[in-house]
Every structure is written in structure tokens, then in C-alpha cells.
Design a protein around this ligand. Structure first.
Ligand code: DOR
Ligand code: ZN
Length: 346
């Protein structure tokens, strides 16, 4: 029997929500992951250090007894963000990054940034103190085709920003294109990119061919096949610039299966098994450890986790719940569409 043991992994991009949903989805992540970078796009968003401290307390209260988990908090960047508060947030040790949502780019992003000039004082503080900026890297201009929004963001927003503030540490979150992978690969020590599990598995045909499949719709939307292959190459390359950020993003079925369905794939439950499957397909099982457990802590200046997880390849396929039940409603677990044999055993 084949087994694989990794230092306990981290998820460098996760949506936990709040209230009933938080309670339902948190164990799905905490079961396998030691830490996660927690996205701040609540309603209202997590903008200040005080907001982050309160949200962290709610997360810790929702954690079932006996489970260990450390939420790494982020602040939602707005045009009114106070640079002093960001500096205090970083000094507190609880806040590990600031998140840039271009206004209108995705779920609950309307309080995001319209004009980067307005947040330059905050970004200058972050560059000075080494606090990373996590970017949702899509332009929102209606004229730009949705499949081109990431590449245009790199050329018109990210690259000019990095030239203006070369010291700023940036994480390109959930990259979906070969342009994104190429840019991250060559950006030097101050740049990294997260890749989701689902973008290694689906391309845009999975969403649109043979009927519309809302549970595969997320943002940035999955692109054509050549991009999925470029992401697989980047994730399995062994380069420390790339690490796991699942972007596991729960929405109740009623809001996914809707005339205007929400963006998000819920992958917390089966991510590790799916990644083992993908890395094995790419002949790179030995590189999963770097992607899931080592490159992220190295970028964020944190220790690798002390514990471990073990996966076992068995003849019988994994069986996951089709849905996670929450008091807010059911959440559909990402279905890869093929059998997966890597079971997480500890
Ligand atoms: O698919 C997504 N879902 N992309 C995002 O950027 C946000 C997320 C969410 O919060 O649902
Ligand atoms: Zn996200």
C-alpha cells in the first residue's frame, strides 16, 4: 500500500463566513489543516484590527472541542483604511495580511478599492513593515472580457504597483491563467501565488458544456484547458513561489442553484485527497509537501507545523458527503467527477 506523510498543511486562502455557516464549515478545514489565512469579506467586512480580533474570537468559539486550529487573520482594504491601524494589526501578531478586492470583483467586494492612489499610504506602511498584500487579481471594467480579467490586472494594476513599491510583498491569490503563473514564477522573493485545488481539476468546459453547473462556478472563473495545465505545472514545479490556497467558499445550495448564482467552490472537505490525486497524476507526489506544507510558511515567515497528516492509497475510492449541512442550509461539496483513492488516515 502506498502512503504519504506530510507536515500538517495550511490553507493560505479560506472563506469561513460567520454564524451558522462558520460552525458548519470550520471542522471541515480544521480536520486536516493547522492554520488558514481567513478571508475578510464578511458583511460588513473585517476592516480594522478590532474587527479582526472579534472575528478571530468567533472562529475560536466555533471550533469543536479537541480540534486544534489557528486562524491567520486578514484585513479588508478599503479606501478609508487607517495606515496606523494596519501597523498595529501587524504588530499584534494576529493579522498576517491585508486583502485587496477591486470594488465589484467578487462576493462582498463592494467596499473594495476603486482607486489605488487612495490606499498608497497603507501600502507604503505594509511595504515598510513587510506585511503581505493578498490580491484578488481581476480588473472589473465591464469592457474587459471575464476570461481576460486576470491577465489585464497583471499588466495594468499589479505590475505598475510593484514597480512603484518594489518592497511590497504580494500574494497573487487563486491564479487561474498561464500569464499569472509565469508572472509569479519570475517575480522574485517578494511575490508568491496561491493556487486552488479546483483550478487544478476543472476548466471552463466543466462549468458550461452539456448544461450549466453552478457548483463549478467561482471567481476568478476557470479558464480554458491550457491554463489548467499551466497551473498544474506551476503547482507541481517545486517552486517556492506557489502554494495552496483552496479558496474554499461555501454558499448554500439555494444561492448557488439560482438565476444569479454565487461564486465559490466548497473544497475544504476533500482538498487533500484531491491534491494527492493530482500530484500523483503529474508524477510529483514528492512535491505535494512543498506546495501544501512548506512554501506558504516560508513566504509568511512562519514555522512549518509540527504535526503531520498521512494519506493512504487504497483500492476503494474515497466517499465524502455530497453536502455539508448547516443551519443556514446545505452546502454542496466539490465533486471532482472521477474516483479518488487517496484517503486521509490521520
Ligand atoms: O469564488 C469565489 N468565492 N471567489 C471569490 O473571490 C470570493 C469567494 C466568496 O467569498 O464566495
Ligand atoms: Zn476567495
Amino acid at each position: 500500500m502506498q502512503t504519504l506523510t506530510l507536515p500538517r498543511p495550511d490553507d493560505w486562502h479560506l472563506h469561513l463566513r460567520d454564524g451558522a455557516m462558520l460552525k458548519a464549515v470550520l471542522p471541515e478545514t480544521a480536520r486536516h489543516f493547522a492554520r488558514a489565512i481567513i478571508m475578510p469579506n464578511l458583511v460588513p467586512p473585517v476592516v480594522t484590527l478590532d474587527d479582526a480580533v472579534a472575528y478571530r474570537d468567533r472562529i475560536m468559539s466555533a471550533l469543536p472541542d479537541g480540534m486544534g486550529f489557528e486562524p491567520l487573520m486578514t484585513l479588508y482594504l478599503t479606501e478609508g483604511t487607517d495606515p496606523g491601524d494596519v501597523e498595529r494589526a501587524a504588530a499584534s501578531g494576529l493579522v498576517k495580511a491585508v486583502k485587496l478586492y477591486p470594488a465589484g470583483a467578487t462576493t462582498n467586494s463592494h467596499s473594495g478599492v476603486r482607486d489605488l492612489d487612495k490606499v498608497m499610504p497603507v501600502l507604503e506602511v505594509m511595504a515598510r513593515i513587510g506585511l503581505p498584500l493578498c490580491t484578488h487579481g481581476e480588473v472589473t471594467t465591464p469592457e474587459v472580457d471575464i476570461f481576460d480579467r486576470e491577465a489585464v490586472f497583471i499588466d495594468t494594476v499589479l505590475d505598475p504597483l510593484r514597480r512603484r513599491l518594489p518592497e511590497l510583498r504580494v500574494v497573487m491569490e487563486h491564479i487561474t491563467t498561464e500569464e499569472g503563473a509565469a508572472y509569479a514564477a519570475e517575480g522574485g522573493d517578494s511575490l508568491a501565488a496561491t493556487i486552488t485545488t479546483h483550478h487544478l481539476i476543472i476548466n471552463r468546459n466543466h462549468i458550461l458544456a452539456g448544461g450549466i453547473r453552478p457548483h463549478y462556478y467561482c471567481l476568478p472563473v476557470a479558464k480554458r484547458e491550457k491554463h489548467r495545465l499551466a497551473l498544474r505545472k506551476a503547482a507541481t514545479s517545486g517552486s517556492p513561489r506557489f502554494f495552496l490556497g483552496t479558496d474554499s467558499a461555501p454558499h448554500i445550495d439555494a444561492l448557488k442553484e439560482h438565476a444569479c448564482g454565487c461564486a465559490g467552490c466548497f473544497t475544504a472537505t476533500n482538498t487533500l485527497s484531491l491534491l494527492a490525486h493530482v500530484f500523483e497524476e503529474e508524477g510529483a507526489l514528492d512535491r505535494l509537501e512543498g506546495f501544501a506544507s512548506r512554501h506558504g510558511p516560508a513566504f509568511y515567515g512562519l514555522p512549518v507545523n509540527a504535526g503531520s497528516v498521512t494519506l493512504e492509497k487504497r483500492a476503494e475510492p474515497c466517499v465524502w458527503p455530497v453536502k455539508i449541512q448547516s443551519e443556514a442550509g446545505p452546502v454542496t461539496v466539490f465533486n471532482p467527477g472521477f474516483p479518488v483513492h487517496w484517503h486521509v488516515v490521520t
